[in-house]
Structure formats: C-alpha cells, structure tokens
Ligand binder design. Structure first.
Ligand code: COA
Length: 718
C-alpha cells in the first residue's frame, strides 16, 4: 500500500486529452479520468474514443499506479448516447461492448469507478467493467434498456448478476428499474459506499489498493446461485406465460443462462450482444427512442420560450370530483400547498379522506418517506368558499364539463382571486377563449387538461387561448414540469389535440359498426394490434352518456357517425355502470355480445342506405389508425399542435396508443407515406359515409413526395 508524501503536490492538472470529452488530471500516482459530455455524460463516439486513448495511456504511463474514472458534474454516465443508435455510430469502434471493456479487462493497473449521480445502461456497464466501484449512497444505478425495448449489450446481463446476485440482477434487468444506492447497499456492486465526495474517496482508495494483485474482475467470478439454471428455467417459463412481460426478458434470461460460470462468461457476452442487436434494431426499440426524445421536446419552443414563469407558491383546485381530487393529489405530491374548493361539504370531506389515504398508500409503497407523507398531509386543506382561496397564485378549475357552469366559476374566481393569479381550466374540450372572455384578466387564463387519474397519468395538455400571455403559458409549463408531467401545448380549438384526433378514430370505429363489423371485432382487432382497450370497451368504461354530453356542451349536434352512440344512450345502455352498453356485462363484469345492439344498428344502417359487409382485422386497424394520421395533419396545418411528435406524445402517453409503435405519425412513416396516401385514396373511393374525410391531407401528400418524415414535421421550423 502506498501513502502520499507530505510534500507531494495534491493535484497535477495535465493538458487535456486529445478531445475535451475525457479530462485527465493526476494526483500523485493516480490518474483521474473525468467523463465530460454534458448534460448526462452519455458515452458518445468521441467520448469512447478519448476514453480508449486515456485508458491505454494510463496503463503505459510509469508515473501512474491506478486510475479513477469519474463523471463531470457529479454524474457518472447515463450510458449509451441514444442518438447514436439510429445512425449506427453507437457501434462504430471504439465500441463500449468490445474495445473499451476489452481494454479495461486487460489493464495492468486498477481502475476504480467513482459513481455519483446516474450510472445507467452503458454507464453502469462501464463501471461494472472496472476493477472497483466507489458509489455515493445517493447515486442512481440501473440498466434501463428494458424500458427502451431491448437488453443491455455491453456485458450488463453478465456482470450485474455477478455483482448483485442472480435474482436481483434478473429483476433489475427485466424491469429496467433505476435504483437508489441505498437500495443496493447489501450487494457487491460497490466496494465502498460513501456520503462524501466520491472522487476524493476513490483517489484515497486508489492509493491504498494500487499495488494489490490480482486485480479483481467480475468476469472471473461465477454467477452464484444454488439452483441457478433451474431458477432461470423457471423465470423463462413464467415470462413465456405472462402477457405483460417485456419483450427482452426472455433474451436477458437466455444471455444469463449462457454465461453462468467464469469459463462461459464470453459465451454469455456473445449471446447477449446478438440478442441486443436484434432487439435494439427492431421497431419497438426505435419507437421507444423516438418517444424518449419526443417527450423531451414537447412543450418547448413557441410563445413561452422567452418568458419568465411566475412563481407559484399556493394552488387551489375548484371542484372535488374525481378529476379535482386527482389534480389536488398531483400538486400535493409535488409539494405544493393546495386548497380544495367545493360547496358540497360531504363531497369535500370524502375527497380529503381519499387524498389522505392515497398519501398513506404512497408511503406504504415506499414512494414517499414518513416525513414527506406527514408534510404532504399538512399541505392539503379544504374550503366550501372561493373566498378562502383568494391569495393563491394558481387555481385549477375542475367542475362539471358545461360551459355555462364553468363561466360562472370563472367570473367568481376573477372577482375573488388576487391580481396576477393564474386561472386554469381542466376542460377536456370546451372553449378556453370563451372562459377567458368572462374575466377581466384573459391573459392570465390557460387550459391545463389533466388525464384521469390525474395523479398518475403523465400527459398534460396545456391549452393556449388567443389571449393567454407568454408568461401564463410559461408558468403552466413550469408547473407541469414540477408535477413531473409531460406537457404538450395545444392551441384552443374544439377537442384540442387529443380529443380532436381521437374523435376521428372513434368515428371510424362507429362507421365500421354501421358497415357490418361488430363492436367486439373492432375492439379485438385494435387490442391485438397493441391498444390495451378497443374503442367500444373504452366508451363503455367512460359511459356512453359522457361523450354525448360533451358534444352537447360544445354545441355539437348529433351527426351520422355519433347518432349510433346516441341510440344506445336513449335506451339507457350507458356502459359498465348500467351493466349494458356496446356489450352486455355478466355478473362477473365480463363483456358479452349484445344482440339488441346488433339489432338496433342494422335498421339504422339500412336507413342510411349503408350496406353491411364483413371486415378483416387489418382493415379495422388501418381505418382507425389512418383516421388518426389524417386528422393529425389537419391539426398540424391549423397550428393546433406545433409539431407532429407532440401528437405522438399525446397519443402514447394519454390515449393508449401502443408505445411499441411510437405514435400515429411515427407509425405512418414506418408504413411509408406513399402507402398511407394510396390507402387513403382507396378509402376515399370506397367508404360509404363521409368519404371526403379520406382525401389525404396535402401535408401528407407533400411529405410522401419526398419532403421528409411526418414525425419530424414541425411548425416551428416550417
Ligand atoms: N443519450 C442521449 N441523450 C440523453 C441520454 C442518453 N442516454 N439521456 C439523457 N439525454 C439527454 C436528454 O434528451 C436531455 O436532452 P435535452 O436537454 O436536449 O432535451 C438531457 O440529456 C437531460 O435529460 P433529462 O431526462 O431531461 O434529465 P433528467 O435529469 O431529468 O434525467 C436521466 C436524467 C439520465 C435519468 C434521464 O435522461 C434518462 O433516464 N436517460 C436515459 C438513460 C438510459 O436509459 N440510458 C441507457 C440507454 S440504453
């Protein structure tokens, strides 16, 4: 063991390495390599290049006894640069999975990973390839590849189970979870846990172990488990019979099974890389990467860019129904003091009780500490009068979806709340300009459309009325961020983004039922395609009277497509709540075909001179999803949405569009816009009702003619 000489300079900073992506400094005989690629130190090609050079240089350098690898800005590394997957640069040498990890394995001097912040994906795989790991207790570790539709490809399935055990490793890999250091302290993932500066602790540690040999490598260990193979076989069986397990789970198990011992480690790596490559190149993984970046972009750009958001310290939620309760909970979970306003004392007290119970459940599930829970219980209060909320900075109205009712509430709020307070409405489709117009502060009015349950669903549609100021918009966005929502900005218009394009989708479902498909056929086709629930099961769940009331509230009359739904409403077939809707629900709540519905639809179709016929699942999916695509093009052209990817974000995050398909815009690009146009033109010729809808929108036609993918289209750049 070596100790530092008293007169030795504490730190020697050298000229930076050939690129500034890995900075080399030395302290005595310890070389410190700092990954420096803001904001998350992703392992992009230039980082890997510099790292390979610096590792080899340190190994050759007689002045160096040990190497500490650390991330700049107290963040080790968020792993592979997700941008590089689709360009192929991710695998260009020096690659992580091959070159860098091979260099590490061959190093003659100890390499110590000093981990703070995030060590995720390739970042953690890099650390697992080092000889030692010093980890901050607050660090976050994980292999999130599963959440991106693939498996780790740089030894994660091999080294992680050697560090944390087979069962823990399998769980971490198949869930893609991100774990706090404190959750892993009982494992061998770290040689030392610390609450101090990891870099300093690692340098000190490096001095102590610099001359210890042999150098410990995880690859030289077996994966220890009494019945390892049997356990993996059992896990594989469980996964095969599960409907919800992630597509890569079986591949992860296969890779682990291939490399259970030190002598089969390289075989495990080989299987892992083959399965990684296959999954990472497939559409679900490409769709997941697209959604990742689309959610980051959502809410950016536009009017709010240069405005400074107002500070929001206190919030009121008006209306203690299901939505109001969820919204209040979302704010409390983000540590906002919230007052819930509702004139009905009974509803109010029930709501408060549910909020308290939910906070307690969060604590029980480990999502909040006991202290946080107590503090949050104290943040929530209630009142029957808006007067008691006069000094809040933001109010979210969540009363009954009726324009006149909401206007009355807005008048009261305007008269009561302090000047400058922001008035937000949770309406899902009503005219936000009309609400703004009844106030004396239209520039402070904005839509904040939450999705149910509002404390769980991540989508937030922020609706910009004509009068909404940039500051108000920026404030709504900044509040959305603190609530950890994915905010998408929509211009005020009927149905905003989400309900507008979903209306086109549901209409096609209705039309096809009139043309001879059964509700069950439509649902089954879309569910087999990836929707968790088909449109008729959704309508039965929501209640058939709800869209009917919403249409009436917006002044929309019965039209041909929705008339068929009105027939159900007239007969009291409101859905699950009445035991009958598009389906008849048996005593166990299982939906069954209802002959009365079919008997009701047939004469209606005859009246409209629609000839009924058989449908294939493919036709059903094509018509519903293409309806989303064509309506979205109108939404884009009208400026209701700023960019195509915002629509994909809304559809996937809020409306159940299968994440593995990326969203309707991304899907259309995969199908090929020329094919999209061709099919729409055929539908234009063949669909009996509203064939005009099937004129492909000029934007799609233009893009199909070679002007670029639809999913990348943006009004901001146009
Ligand atoms: N590759 C490329 N860019 C990445 C990235 C990655 N692996 N991880 C994050 N980024 C980018 C984001 O796109 C964002 O860029 P932007 O500011 O230009 O929009 C920026 O880094 C910050 O990310 P953000 O998510 O906003 O920061 P955060 O502090 O909330 O979260 C992480 C940080 C690392 C937890 C989060 O970004 C994350 O989970 N990233 C993915 C990590 C991962 O799964 N790695 C393994 C990939 S196989």
């Amino acid at each position: 063991m070596e100790s530092r000489e008293k007169d030795e300079p504490r730190m020697r900073t050298e000229n930076p390495s050939r690129t500034d992506k890995v900075l080399r400094t030395t302290e005595g005989t310890v070389a410190i390599l700092t990954l420096s690629n803001p904001p998350v130190n992703a392992l992009a090609h230039d980082v890997r290049t510099a790292l390979a050079i610096e590792l080899e240089r340190a190994d050759r350098d007689c002045q160096v006894d040990a190497v500490v690898l650390v991330g700049a800005s107290e963040r080790f590394s968020a792993g592979a640069d997700l941008n590089e997957f689709d360009t192929g640069i991710g695998l260009i040498e020096p690659s992580l999975h091959d070159t860098i990890l091979r260099i590490l394995a061959a190093m003659t001097k100890p390499v110590i990973a000093a981990i703070d912040g995030d060590a995720l994906g390739g970042g953690l795989e890099l650390a697992l390839g080092c000889h030692y790991r010093i980890v901050a207790r607050r660090a976050r570790l994980g292999l999130p590849e599963a959440t991106f539709g693939f498996i780790p490809g740089a030894g994660g399935t091999q080294r992680l189970p050697r560090a944390v055990g087979l069962e823990r490793g399998l769980n971490m890999i198949t869930t893609g979870g991100i774990f706090a250091g404190t959750d892993l302290v009982d494992t061998d993932i770290a040689d030392l846990w610390t609450e101090e500066n990891v870099r300093d602790v690692a340098v000190e540690f490096a001095r102590k172990i610099a001359h210890l040999r042999p150098l410990p490598r995880l690859q030289d260990r077996d994966i220890e488990h009494e019945h390892g193979e049997a356990y993996l076989a059992f896990a594989a069986q469980k996964i095969a019979s599960s409907k919800t397990s992630h597509v890569g789970a079986a591949a992860a198990i296969e890779s682990m099974a291939a490399g259970m011992t030190a002598s089969t480690f390289h075989r495990g790596l080989k299987v892992e890389f083959a399965r990684f490559k296959e999954l990472a190149d497939a559409t679900p993984a490409r769709a997941a990467r697209y959604q990742f970046f689309a959610t980051k972009k959502a809410g950016r750009g536009g009017a709010a860019t240069c405005a400074e958001p107002k500070q929001i310290d206190r919030v009121a939620v008006v209306g203690a129904g299901t939505m109001g309760r969820g919204i209040a909970l979302a704010f409390v979970n983000a540590d906002y003091p919230v007052v819930v306003v509702d004139p009905n004392a009974e509803v109010l007290s029930a709501t408060l009780q549910i909020i308290h119970d939910e906070l307690e459940k969060n604590r029980a599930r480990g999502r909040a500490t006991a202290d946080q829970t107590t503090q949050r219980q104290q943040l929530i209060s209630s009142t029957h009068s808006v007067d008691d909320a006069a000094d809040v900075d933001l109010v979210v109205e969540a009363v009954f979806e009726d324009l006149d009712v909401k206007k009355a509430v807005f008048r009261t709020l305007d008269a009561t709340l302090k000047p400058g307070a922001i008035l937000a409405t949770n309406t899902s489709s009503l005219d936000v300009d009309a609400l703004a117009a009844v106030t004396g502060r239209p520039h402070d009015v904005v839509g904040m459309h939450f999705f149910s349950p509002a404390n769980v669903m991540r989508l937030l549609e922020i609706v910009q009325a004509k009068s909404t100021s940039a500051v108000t918009l920026a404030t709504a966005l900044s509040v959305g961020k603190r609530l950890k929502k994915i905010a998408v900005v929509a211009r005020n218009s009927d149905g905003f983004i989400g309900n507008r394009v979903m209306d086109a989708y549901t209409r096609q479902a209705m039309q096809m039922v009139l043309e001879g498909a059964t509700p069950a056929q439509v649902d089954t086709a879309l569910e087999a395609w990836g929707y968790r629930m088909g449109p008729f099961r959704v309508l039965d769940l929501v209640g058939n009277d709800i869209p009917s009331q919403a249409r009436a509230a917006r002044g929309g009359g019965m039209d041909e497509d929705w008339a068929v739904a009105e027939l159900l409403v007239e007969r009291g077939l409101l859905g699950r709540k009445t035991g009958r809707g598009w389906y008849r629900y048996n005593e166990r709540g299982v939906p069954e075909a209802d002959a009365e519905v079919a008997n009701m639809i047939r004469p209606h179709a005859e009246k409209l001179r629609i000839q009924q016929r058989e449908f294939t699942s493919e036709e059903i999916v094509e018509r519903c999803v293409l309806a989303l695509v064509n309506e979205s093009a109108h939404v884009l052209e009208e400026g209701v949405a700023m960019r195509a990817s915002d629509i994909d974000v809304a559809m996937v995050q809020g409306y159940g569009f299968p994440a593995s398909k990326g969203g309707p815009m991304f899907w259309a690009d995969q199908v090929g816009l020329r094919n999209v146009v061709r099919t729409m033109r055929t539908l234009h010729e063949t669909v009996p009702s509203h064939p005009e809808f099937w004129q492909p929108h000029p934007l799609i036609v233009a893009l199909a003619d070679g002007n670029g993918p639809l999913a990348q289209w943006s009004k901001i750049n146009a």
